[in-house]
Each structure stands twice: as structure tokens, then as C-alpha cells.
Design a protein. Sequence first.
Length: 320
Amino acid sequence: MDVTGAGMQKQAEVFVLKDDATTKFKAGQYAEAAKLLTRGLALDANNAILLSNRAAAYQAWGKYAEALTDAESGLSIHPYRAKLHCRKADALHGLQRFSEAIVAWRASHDASDQTGCTSDMFAVGLKRSEDALAAEVEKLKDDATTKFKAGQYAEAAKLLTRGLALDANNAILLSNRAAAYQAWGKYAEALTDAESGLSIHPYRAKLHCRKADALHGLQRFSEAIVAWRASHDASDQTGCTSDMFAVGLKRSEDALAAEVEQGHIAAAIAASLDVSDPVPPLPHYPRYQHNLQSRVSSDGVTALRPLLLAHATLCHKALR
């Protein structure tokens, strides 16, 4: 038999296997259908229809990883076939990779070859994955709230991080993680989350409150005051009260006033000290050291010596 004849015989066998697999599939015999399609692919490895059908059999059989592999193999042959994108989306949904499934559903809608697909298939599949993603994110948020209320701030932050991996632009998750970081003492991380949330919803008062709290924790009191006032002026006051604003603003204003007063005391003490005295060891107060160092004049250490002495004296008094 010549090559052409052999090729035609092989294709005929492939068609028979495909049809037999379809019969098994319709009868709910998914494993048998997959085996028949595997035999067909042994004869024609690059047959995208067989790959698509076996992906469907694996999907119905609950073998989502295998379904995904077949769908992606088919797409490497026919990247514009909507039905293969649907197979991929179904498999990703089965693997609970909902955000990726949503991307695949949208790719199926945009594919140029819509053979075997309908707008209903796309709409139903997309909504199913979107609803599943929303439910998973909501559960992570609720679990994080439970951890937060129990004082388990690190665990709450981890759960919210998982939620943000699924829905990166969720301002509520960012706000809640900012609160968890704040309670955990991670003020820089809390500030980053609050500002990320505000980039999405700049008029949400609660996010301005998160930012103000974080800035206060970082002892950036004047900036915190600005953020508290922004929270008061924001149009979306959901989750905020006038008491929250008033208490937070007063706390930051009082802290700023205390910091200013400490600076005045330090300057007064420095004026009365003998600059020829040796500088005593400084306790580790990085913020005050930074404030002092920023006041070095062109004379360098000579101008700084009185302030260093005053700083050391104040720290010594505070520690007694």
C-alpha cells in the first residue's frame, strides 16, 4: 500500500476513534472516552480536535490538570480557536485558579474562530468563574477579620495577601491589610497599602484614616494631621465616624506639639551647656538623632556639639 493510502487509512481510524469516544462521553463513560482519544492521538499527535475532546473528557472525569495540558497543547496548534480557550478556562476553574480562568474565558470571547462556541457558553462560564473568585476573596477577607479580632495580626495579613493575589485592585482588602499591619506594628507596610488603596478609591475616608494611622505610627505627625483632615473631607464616609476623625486628629496634633516642645527644650539646654565637655554616649533614638543631624551647619561637629549634649541629657532624663 502506498503512503497516501496509508495516510488515508490512518485518518479513517482516527475518525472512528473520535466518534466512538463521543458516544462514550455522551453515555457518561469519560474514562473510556479519554482512552479512545488517547489512541487517536497516538496516530495523529497534532490533532487539535482530539486534544479538545480529550480535554472535555478529562474535565468531566475530574482530571483538571490533564484537561488543562490538553487545552494548552491544542492552543499551541490553533491559538485562535475559541473552543480550546473554553476548555482551558473550564480546566482552570476546576483547579480553582479562578482569576486565570476569567482571563481564558475572555480570550475565548475574543478568539477569531468561534466554531462550536456560543455567546451563552462564554457568558455562563465567565460569570461562574467571577462568582467563584468573589466568593473565595470574601472568605479570605472574613477569615482575616476573625484572625484580626483574635489579635492574630500576622495571620490576618497573610490571609489578606492571599486575597490580594486573587484580586490585586480590591481596595477593601488593601484597607484591611493596612489595619492588620498597623496593629502588628508594621507602619511602613500599612502606609503602602493605604496609599495603594487610595490610588483606587481616592475619596474613601477610611483609607485616609489608615494612611493617617500609619503616618502617626511612623512619627510623621504633621503628615498624619493632613491625612486626618483629608479623611474628614472625603466624600465616601463609609466605615468612618466623626469620633474616629476627632480622636485621631487630636492624637497626632498632641504628638506634634510634644515633639515641638521637646525641640525647644533641647535648644534651651544646649545654650547652657559647655561645648568643651566631652559628648556622652547617645542612646538609640534614631528619629531624634536624625532631627539633630539635619541641623548641622557648615561648621560641622562644632555646631552640632551643643545639640548632641542636649539630646543626650534629655534622653537620660527620659530613661530615669
